[in-house]
Design a protein around this ligand. Structure first.
Ligand code: DAH
Length: 347
């Protein structure tokens, strides 16, 4: 019997140590320690032993059982650790691999320049306002002192909605002057950026839709000096302290007197020539036209219920595309509207 027990011990221990997984271990446990297991079968024969032999064999049997149980526990622990190791290997994440970069966009160059311009005017106390793109002819033209028959009212220039030409896509942001003065009493300072529409063919410098920024200041004692101060401040902030401006007389129906402001060409320094060739940026003019401006016409003030004897004001209107092209050195207007990322990524 002793030999039988020793054989079971050595077989069981060898089998347990060689087991590949938990299932196999469980089968071995049943095979050796289970109710119908090999060890139990041997123990059942204890009755046949002599009373002297019985406790001796009982001791041996207990030792064998203890050895098998201990080895079983060890094998379980060992297999569990091995399984964990395999899982860790399989699910390993290399935290040192660089992450995948998410491509972030940025503001459109036009919005960048618009934001700069807005910031400058807000800093000077202007209120930024928005208004309708579908406009009444009375706001877009009539109340701005642009009379019937004026060439800018022509059907070949303006997108009209109605046969009586009373409703249109605004051709300028100037109607915002009227809208603002209707609802605000002087002193007032407003800036109105927005889209405007004209029947222009698209080429390098024209688009049927473009953006303007309108400005208006009305108070007692406002002069042309205030106008020059505000616009010179804007230009020096946008184009640099050393940029050179000039104001040139012009005509607009809604301002009197009126002027245009030009910037000295940055490419040819105002000479109109680069390396003996006509400067391509200013076409040899030496100056680049930037905006229209003037003192608000007394009739326009009157049209909005403001007494021109008491109050005066200045107004200006600039093309945002033109400002952006100058600011960012863009030479073709269409690039701004194409939204080609190869272009946009440059800013
Ligand atoms: N609205 C004019 C245009 O589209 C620009 C302009 C000129 C606006 C003079 C003004 C101004 O406010 O005073 O050509």
């Amino acid at each position: 019997m002793k030999q039988q027990l020793e054989r079971i011990r050595s077989e069981a221990l060898a089998a347990l140590n060689a087991a590949a997984d938990g299932q196999e271990l469980e089968a071995l446990r049943v095979r050796y320690l289970g109710k119908k297991g090999e060890l139990t079968a041997v123990l059942k024969q204890m009755g046949k032993l002599s009373p002297e032999e019985r406790p001796v064999m009982g001791q041996v049997a207990n030792n064998v059982r203890a050895a098998i149980e201990e080895t079983l526990e060890q094998a379980k622990t060992h297999l569990a650790a091995k399984a964990m190791e395999v899982r860790l290997q399989a699910e390993a994440v290399d935290v040192t691999i660089p992450g995948e970069a998410v491509a972030l966009g940025h503001q459109h160059p036009m919005n960048m320049v618009l934001q700069e311009i807005k910031d400058i005017f807000v800093g000077m106390g202007y209120q930024v306002v928005d208004g309708p793109e579908v406009e009444l002819a009375s706001y877009n033209f009539t109340r701005l002192n642009i009379e019937e028959g004026h060439p800018s009212r022509d059907r070949s220039d303006t997108f009209y909605f109605t046969d009586d030409d009373s409703l249109l896509l605004r051709t300028q942001t100037s109607p915002m002057q009227i809208r603002f003065m209707e609802n605000h009493k002087p002193p007032l300072c407003m800036l109105a950026p927005g889209r405007v529409f004209r029947k222009d063919e698209a080429d390098a410098t024209h688009s049927p839709m473009f953006h303007q920024i309108e400005g208006l200041v009305v108070d007692e004692g406002i002069t042309m000096g205030d106008l020059k101060g505000a616009l010179t401040t804007l230009m020096k902030r946008i184009y640099g302290e050393d940029s050179v401006m000039r104001f040139r007389p012009h005509h607009f129906p809604f301002t009197e007197p009126s002027c245009e402001m030009d910037m000295q060409c940055h490419k040819c320094q105002g000479t109109g020539e680069v390396d003996g060739q006509v400067c391509s940026t200013c076409h040899g003019e030496g100056w680049i036209e930037l905006l229209g401006a003037g003192m608000v016409h007394p009739k326009v003030l009157e049209n909005c219920g403001i007494d021109p004897e008491k109050y005066s004001g200045f107004a200006f209107g600039m093309g945002l595309e033109r400002m952006a092209m100058g600011r960012l050195r863009i030479n073709d207007l269409r690039l701004i509207f194409d939204n080609d990322v190869r272009f946009l990524n440059q800013f």
